[in-house]
Structures are given as structure tokens and as C-alpha cells.
Design a protein around this ligand. Structure first.
Ligand code: NAD
Length: 473
């Protein structure tokens, strides 16, 4: 497969105009949307193995199983959710009217917004493009999408796949780097959906503000993982390993750092070491362990480790890997960084790789205080079987989403909204929340032949006067 070539910036406005004209001329009804989703599902399902190979070629090595689940199954499940529920979600919903206005009726109608822009990142380059696209299509919009330049083969695959499913005036695919992306973000979409870093999110919001285009920002940050004093460490370690070393930690909701009681630290290190050994006998040449996506990201992560080691901080590689092979294949083994000071880059920046700092705490209040002293995270993980302490953690911290006694799994729940809060994002999607994000919630009042409001008219005497006195009593 050829890699994607850049879309000329001059073509963006005409592409948007074409999509908008087609959407306005034929607003997709239920039958059209259902047919769109059916075709998307069947073409994607047919090409899902090919997809895993292409993503792997972009990464250097990307676990086939992880691609099939995280970039394949999640998309099919999301489309199936829309196919199952779309008809009922599209139905106008009755709302009670204030009794003063009886017998009028009120209704909420979900209406397509028009043309939606989607900008997606490289780490799950298929699902983070197709899931918002499917939600926007389910809501009756036309879509213009720009996948990441860092996974160019996958972007070319997406362009080909979407051209097979949709006519060019329903879905348009734009490819290119930061310049094309910046021009894309400046288009007057009816909604702009962005997934990427917090730094880019600021730029996207600024560009969208010029058009008053509403945005959904799915951003990143440092997601803490806290282990309570008496929680079984092997179970915590196994679930932390599953969430952290999936995709070699290149996951927006991967646990970014651990907070563990001081006296449980060494036990947890031991349990994490055992969990890694059962998962990865070796790292080099292991098809199940994913490479770092490109040299820039690889050097950034190596830089974190070099800085920590240079400061005398203990860095523990949990699986050995020859350094020449590591450099050639952009591999970083699962690595713990023990008790890092907060001024290290690894504690200031989102890690987005297989390195896991282990910090200790004395009391739960101290752990909560540490979390609250930092920007609001996309996800928070808490391992505890004491329901009172779980309540405390949930009430005293603010995070986009939470898994209790697990990592990452709240993401996979189609009935839970997914999104960040503050610097980790704004807005939400998945399942019905995605459908609603891409719909205008139109409020409609059906007035009746008789209306008590007819009494409220000048001259404000008699009945009007009595009515005002009654309403302001
Ligand atoms: P990236 O570099 O692939 O960028 C994301 C997209 O933004 C790309 O399509 C890129 O072309 C585009 N872009 C670049 N410059 C732009 C500009 N000026 N205006 C508009 N768009 C522009 O990906 P990344 O940002 O390195 O992705 C990693 C980050 O994304 C991490 O912080 C991660 O936590 C976050 N992320 C969040 C989620 C989520 O669902 N919340 C999911 C995945 C990744």
C-alpha cells in the first residue's frame, strides 16, 4: 500500500463546501444512516486483518492481537451499538411542559449538525478515527476527517477504506502534517472533534473559536494509579501490567504513575516483575510487544530514562533487551522508575510509553492531595476493596473517567461516556453520548389552540394583573 500524500490546502474549502451542499440537499434519514453503518461494518470487518498488518508496518511492530482488539473490535462494537439503538435514539423525546402552558406539548429532537471535522492521532490510528466518524454518521452528519501523519500507511488505508464505503460528498479524507492540520482546524465546521495532545488541543480550540465552531477535545495527561494499603498486590500488578504495557504504554489512558503505600512498594515491584515475566519472555523480536512509533518518540522516552539515571534514580527494566536491538527496533522494555523526584521530565510530562514511575505515600489524604495538586487527569485508577475509602477517592478527586480495581476498562463500556475534564479534554463520546455529541438538541414547543398566556397582554390590568401577582407571589 502506498503511503498517503498530502492533500493540498487549497482543496480543503471546496471539499467542505461539497460535503455541506450534499448534506443539506439530502439530510440522511434512518434508512440511509443504517445502510452507511452496515456498509462500514462489513467492509471494515472484511479488511480487519489487513488493517492489523498495516498498523504494524507503521509502528515497526504492533501486536496483531492488540490491533485486532483495540483498533478492530472496539470499532465493530461501537458500530453495532449504533445499529442496535439508532432508531430509538432518533425518536423525538417528549418533555413535560410547565403546567402554566398546558395543554401545549414540548419535545426534544436530535438533529444532524451538518458537516463534522475529525482530527485523529497515531496511537490507535484506526479506532480513534473510525469511532468518532461512526458516531457522526449515525447522527446524520457528513464528515471530513484528517488522520495522523505519523502513521501514513494507516492513513492511506483509511482513505481507501472510506472511499470504498462512502461517496466523496458524504465522507472526505484529508492527509497531511501540521500545516494541513492547522488549516483543517480553521475550517468553519459545524463541530470539530479532536483527539491528541493537550498542547495541540489549545491550538485547535483557538482555531475553532474564530468560526465559533463547537469542539470536542479528547486530550491527554498523567493518569494516576493508586493502590490502597491492604489491596492484594499480585492482582493489582496483573491489572496494571495489562493497562500499562498494552501498545507499549502508548495509550492516552494508560496508568502514568503509581502511588503506593511506603511499606507496599517493594512487594508491588516484585509483583509487577512477576506479571511482566509471565507476559513477555523476551522483548526483542517478540510479536506481542509493540515498538515505539517513531524515532522522535523513542528518543523522548530514552531521554526521560537518561535524565532519571543521571540523577541517581533507580530505573528497573523488567525484561532484558540488548541495547543495539532496542535502538534498531525502537523497543523500550517495561521499566519502573523508583521514587522519582517531581522535577524530572518523567513526572512533569505525560509519559505515553512503557515507563512507569512508582511513588510512595503515607496516608490516603496525602495521595489525594498529590493528585489534586496536578492537572485534572483523563483517567484515575484506584485499587481498594474498602467501599468507604473508594467513596472518598471518588468524591475528592476530579478525573475524566475512573476504573476501580482495574485499569483502562471503563473505556470499553459503550454505555459510559468517554472524555476528559479541564486540561484532559472537554465533551464526550461512545455509544449514545457520541450520537448526542454530534446532534443538535433542538427544543420544540407545540402550542395548543387555547393558551393561558393569551391572558398576559397589555393593557396589564384585570386578569393580566392578577396573573402577574400570582406568578410573583
Ligand atoms: P499527533 O501528533 O498524531 O496529533 C494529533 C493530530 O493533530 C494529528 O492528526 C495531527 O496532524 C494534528 N495536528 C497537528 N498540528 C495541529 C494543529 N496545529 N491544529 C490541529 N491539528 C493538528 O498525536 P499526538 O498529539 O502526539 O497524540 C498523542 C496525545 O494524544 C497524547 O497526549 C495522548 O494522551 C492524546 N490522546 C488522547 C486520547 C483521548 O481519547 N483522550 C486518545 C489518544 C491520544
Amino acid at each position: 500500500m502506498d503511503t498517503a500524500t498530502d492533500t493540498p490546502i487549497a482543496e480543503l474549502q471546496p471539499m467542505l463546501r461539497k460535503l455541506r451542499a450534499a448534506q443539506a440537499a439530502h439530510v440522511p434519514d434512518y434508512a440511509q444512516r443504517r445502510d452507511d453503518l452496515d456498509r462500514l461494518r462489513s467492509v471494515f470487518q472484511r479488511r480487519v486483518e489487513e488493517m492489523a498488518k498495516i498498523v504494524s508496518a507503521d509502528f515497526g511492530n504492533r501486536s496483531r492481537h492488540e490491533s485486532l482488539v483495540a483498533d478492530g473490535m472496539t470499532v465493530l462494537a461501537e458500530i453495532d451499538c449504533f445499529r442496535r439503538h439508532l432508531k430509538s435514539w432518533m425518536r423525538p423525546r417528549g418533555r413535560m411542559v410547565n403546567w402554566l402552558f398546558l395543554p401545549a406539548r414540548a419535545q426534544l429532537r436530535m438533529q444532524p449538525l451538518g458537516v463534522v471535522g475529525v482530527i485523529s492521532p497515531w496511537n490507535y490510528p484506526v479506532s480513534l478515527a473510525l469511532n468518532p466518524l461512526a458516531a457522526a454518521i449515525a447522527a446524520g452528519n457528513h464528515v471530513m476527517i484528517k488522520p495522523s501523519e505519523h502513521t501514513p500507511r494507516t492513513s492511506a488505508f483509511l482513505r481507501e477504506l472510506l472511499a470504498e464505503v462512502f461517496p466523496p460528498d458524504r465522507v472526505g479524507v484529508v492527509t497531511g502534517g501540521p500545516e494541513v492540520a492547522a488549516a483543517f482546524a480553521g475550517l468553519p465546521f459545524d463541530h470539530l472533534f479532536f483527539t491528541g495532545s493537550t498542547a495541540l488541543g489549545r491550538k485547535v480550540m483557538a482555531a475553532a473559536a474564530a468560526n465559533l465552531t463547537p469542539v470536542t477535545l479528547e486530550l491527554g495527561g498523567k493518569s494516576p494509579c493508586v493502590i490502597a494499603p491492604d489491596f492484594p498486590l499480585p492482582l493489582a500488578a496483573s491489572r496494571i501490567a495489562a493497562g500499562k504495557w498494552l501498545n507499549a504504554g502508548q495509550t492516552c489512558i494508560a496508568p502514568d504513575y503509581l502511588l503506593v503505600p511506603r511499606n507496599a512498594r517493594d512487594g508491588l515491584i516484585e509483583a509487577l516483575t512477576a506479571a511482566v515475566r509471565t507476559r513477555y519472555a523476551s522483548i526483542a523480536g517478540n510479536p506481542d510487544y509493540t515498538s515505539i512509533v517513531n524515532e522522535g518518540q523513542y528518543r523522548r522516552l530514552r531521554g526521560y530514562l537518561d535524565e532519571a539515571a543521571g540523577r541517581g534514580v533507580r530505573c528497573l527494566e523488567l525484561a532484558p533487551c540488548d541495547s543495539a536491538i532496542a535502538d534498531a527496533q525502537r523497543l523500550i522494555p517495561p521499566t519502573l522508575v523508583i521514587d522519582p523526584p517531581d522535577d524530572l521530565a518523567i513526572m512533569r510530562e505525560e509519559i505515553f510509553g512503557p515507563i512507569l514511575p512508582v511513588k510512595t505515600y503515607g496516608t490516603l489524604a496525602e495521595a489525594i492531595g498529590y493528585i489534586n495538586d496536578h492537572p485534572r487527569p483523563l483517567s484515575l485508577y484506584y485499587f481498594d476493596n474498602d467501599s468507604r475509602r473508594v467513596q472518598t477517592m471518588l468524591e475528592r478527586t476530579v478525573a475524566g473517567g475512573v476504573s476501580i480495581n482495574d485499569t483502562v476498562m471503563h473505556y470499553a463500556q459503550e454505555r459510559l461516556p468517554f472524555g476528559g475534564v479541564g486540561p484532559s479534554g472537554m465533551g464526550r463520546y461512545h455509544g449514545r453520548d457520541g450520537f448526542e455529541t454530534f446532534s443538535h438538541h433542538k427544543a420544540v414547543l407545540f402550542q395548543s389552540r387555547l393558551s393561558s398566556m393569551a391572558l398576559f397582554k397589555p393593557p396589564y390590568r384585570g386578569l393580566a394583573d392578577t396573573l402577574v401577582k400570582f406568578l410573583t407571589r
